[in-house]
Design a protein around this ligand. Sequence first.
Ligand code: MN
Ligand code: MN
Length: 466
Amino acid sequence: MSKKTEAEILKEKLFYKPEHANYVCDEKEIAGADKFCVDYVKFLNACRTEREAAAYTEDLAKKQGYKEFDPHAKYKAGDRVYSVIHGKAVILCTFGKKSAANGVRILAAHIDSPRLDLKPNPLYEEDELALFKTHYYGGIKKYQWPTIPLALHGIVMKKNGEKVCVRIGDEPGDPVFVVTDLLPHLDKQQADRPMTKVIKGEELNILIGSRPFGKEKSDCAVKLNVLKILNEKYGIIEEDFLSAELEAVPAYPAVDIGFDRSLIGSYGHDDRVCAYPSVMAAFAVKKPEYTTVTVLTDKEEIGSDGNTGLQSAYLEHFIADIAAIGKAEYRDVIRNSTCLSADVNAGYDPTFGSVHDKKNAAYLNKGIVLTKYTGSGGKGSTNDANAEFVFSVRDAFDKAKVVWQTGELGKVDEGGGGTVAKYIAKLGAQVVDVGVPVLSMHAPFEVVAKADVYMAYKGFKAFLEA
Ligand code: MN
Ligand code: MN
């Protein structure tokens, strides 16, 4: 081996150079990352909606000894509690050795993902085809949703008050559903539409049946036949759709991608790829110094509005309860609290490299990405984490040998986006975005690297323990 030159030695000392996890981690750690992802894939396949993710997490937490939170009970260090908010968000908490007045460590990820929601009155028949009208949820590229198999998940509250859970399209043998698209032979006019209108919102209609009821011709016999089947299977009538939440999501499971199986393709990585490692990190930290609060929130994809989103006061109230239990003032707790807003960022895609500043982009396999600010229009509408707090996260990650990188959401003025970070910042806690880089974000089939998923777990755990 040739001797390093003086310049090489100096470069090693002075230059910032994030590396592929494979060059940083030993074989054992890479194998550990692959293993971690086996259970992550199970989580992905079990949890296609925020409700399912909340219920699954509650189940896991109970198995780990978490008890349902009682704001009027007494708790001691090491006690573990959970709280489910309207079935769509979850808080996991482990009481720390230090008084709550010292602040808590918050991990905040979201469990809602872009999808097609059924309209309140969705079912109709046209030209002897039965369809569902939808209203898309979150920032989707509408043209990506036709011609893929869709499953239907959610709940229906029946006239008699009974709640029916619907989950159809994922199990072998299940039928699936589909939004149709125009054939290329007849798409001359469609081809001239701008990208956002190639498929319009009102064209996202889901095909659900084509066979009429009975042998005697009657109006809407196909719709009638579908309703008859739904009535037999779920006991519902058309009016019950008014009090339902039904979400059409991709029907295929998460799978390995690549000859080397280093990647995972799935619907809903954003943001279950941060939610799952957050939960695993919360479980792993059994006797924390600071009380840990892991929140899996809903409605991030539509601006965090609504009573299960982080613009609602539910997290604030939970922390106020923790403060009261610890005989501390809420204001003291929150001003001393720190948070990782655990959300994905855009991974650098060489096919579309021009939207990124390569020096400030996040790369697959270079670990979790710390995003100091998101927003748009000159850092508008974002939390911009202060350097002191970024340092403390950097220090915790480095000490725990977490593979991590920095990354902005694209070039300046190329677009933009946001996370829940600004809502946590609004409470007064220190917060920064940290998450997994994703390719094809918000598509029905997103891509992440296994090494990064594992680093999310490792990084979140280091943060909770620091
Ligand atoms: Mn997200
Ligand atoms: Mn998103």
